[in-house]
Every structure is written in C-alpha cells, then in structure tokens.
Design a protein. Structure first.
Length: 260
C-alpha cells in the first residue's frame, strides 16, 4: 500500500512577503492534515491484515525527511522521498507535474491501493489523487470518509456537497483520497519515533525513476503572492466578562443590531 504525503507550510499571523515567497523566518513545516488521516487509515488496514506493507512517498527536499519520519513513527514501514535539482528549480509544482512524479513511484512499487489526502493545506489543489488514478489506470474514489476492503474491492462512503453521502465500491487497484474525520490519527510514541530512525528512507532522483527533467516543467506559473485584503477591521475587547459584554452591547447598538 502506498500513501502519498506532503510537508505543508504553516504561517505566523504576522509575516512579510519576499520575492513572491513568505519569508522563511515566518514559516514552519508539518505533515499535511489530510495526509495524516490517510497514514492512519493505512496503518489500521495493516494492523487488521496480514502481509500488508505501508510505504509513504513525498516530493520534497531533505528538510521534509522530518515529516516523513513522523509518518514512519506512526506505523508506516518505509518511505520514499523524490527530489532532484530540476524539481528544486521549479517555483511551483502543479498537479500535472506531481502526477508524473508519483505515477513513476506507483509503477516502481506496484501497490494494490494508493491513499492520498483530499487536499493539501497550503496549495489546496485537491486534484492530485484523482489525476494520479487517471494517469496509472487505477479505479478511484474521492473524499472518502469510510473504507472497508474485501475480495479485491474497496467499499467506500464518500462525502458529497450539501451533506449528501454516497456508498459505492471500487475495484482494486485503486486510488482513494481520504477526508478528515475518517479516523482518529494517533500520536507518534517515543518508541515509534526511535524505531522510525531505523526504517528505510530512500531518496529517488528523476534519473532513478527513469524520468526526464522536462516532466516537472509546469503549465502554471506563480505570478505573485499578496496578503488578502480585509474588508473591515476587527474589534478586540479586553477585560472581564461584564466589561467586555458592555462594550459589545454598545458596538451592536451603534450598528443598529438589537431586538425590536
């Protein structure tokens, strides 16, 4: 089983933009929330089955190994990190480029099941999983919030718009994009963290995957980055409950909000 994971950026409330990027001093990195649920789902399948190996794959620089080790600490068996100078030179990897890279890993690993998060918390493209399935010729189901495997099929429940849910089955091999709430991701134990340091983490370049550098040429370009404009200023009330309640009452009365 292959689980695609991503290291995403989290940004401080106050930050500065430097040359179309948020300054490194304002950024922290962590495992993508949706991918955390995908890892947990894979580990639970492994724990309930025999002869299941969980392999994580990520596209990222050496810094991302800390994030991958976290997935290993939670129960994944080994990890693959894809990186290359040609990737590092790209300002933005679009869905098509990510798909080509992940498809090469799928071809090398030949998994029966691929799990991804529904989307990433930073770029939020929300399309890589389905694009990957199309590329490798696998069945797929998106926004999965319940999953059972049996007899070469995945019985899934999908979360649709408007609170509607769909029950369906897809044949394996398949790619499933996992929604938050499908499970409760575990914390990495100290024992798991120690064991993760001894698990295999392979680094693959484009040449290792028999790919030409042109596969990461993006159809999308990053035109600019800007802070979103606020339509109005927030009002912060400080003090005890009685004092702040009185201030809120005044603000609402001045705004014409109140009972008739």
């Amino acid at each position: 089983m292959l689980v695609a994971v991503k290291e995403v950026t989290t940004v401080e409330d106050t930050f500065e933009i430097e040359d179309r990027r948020i300054g490194e001093q304002y950024v922290e990195y962590e495992l993508n929330e949706w991918d955390d649920y995908a890892v947990e789902e894979a580990v639970q399948i492994k724990e309930a089955s025999e002869d299941v190996e969980v392999v994580t794959v990520t596209i990222g620089p050496e810094r991302a190994e800390e994030t991958i080790r976290m997935a290993l600490a939670k129960g994944a068996d080994r990890a693959i990190r894809v990186w290359d100078d040609a990737i590092a030179d790209q300002e933005l990897l679009d869905v098509a480029a990510k798909t080509r890279l992940l498809a090469a890993v799928v071809e090398a690993e030949s998994p029966d099941l691929v799990l991804t998060g529904v989307q990433a918390g930073d770029d939020a493209f929300g399309a890589t999983g389905v694009s990957l399935a199309e590329s490798v010729g696998f069945s797929w189901a998106a926004v999965v919030n319940d999953l059972e495997l049996a007899d070469g099929e995945a019985a899934v429940r999908r979360e649709l718009e408007g609170g509607v849910e769909e029950l369906t089955t897809v044949d394996l091999p398949a790619v499933l994009t996992i929604q938050t709430g499908i499970n409760e991701p575990r914390y990495a134990s100290l024992r798991g963290i120690r064991q993760a340091q001894r698990k295999d983490l392979a680094v693959h370049t484009l040449a290792d995957l028999a790919l030409d550098p042109s596969v990461v040429d993006d159809a999308l370009t990053l035109a600019g980055v800007a802070k979103p404009e606020s339509e109005s200023d927030a009002t912060l009330f400080e003090g005890g409950p009685e004092e702040t309640a009185a201030e809120l009452e005044t603000v609402l009365r001045d705004a014409g909000v109140g009972a008739e």
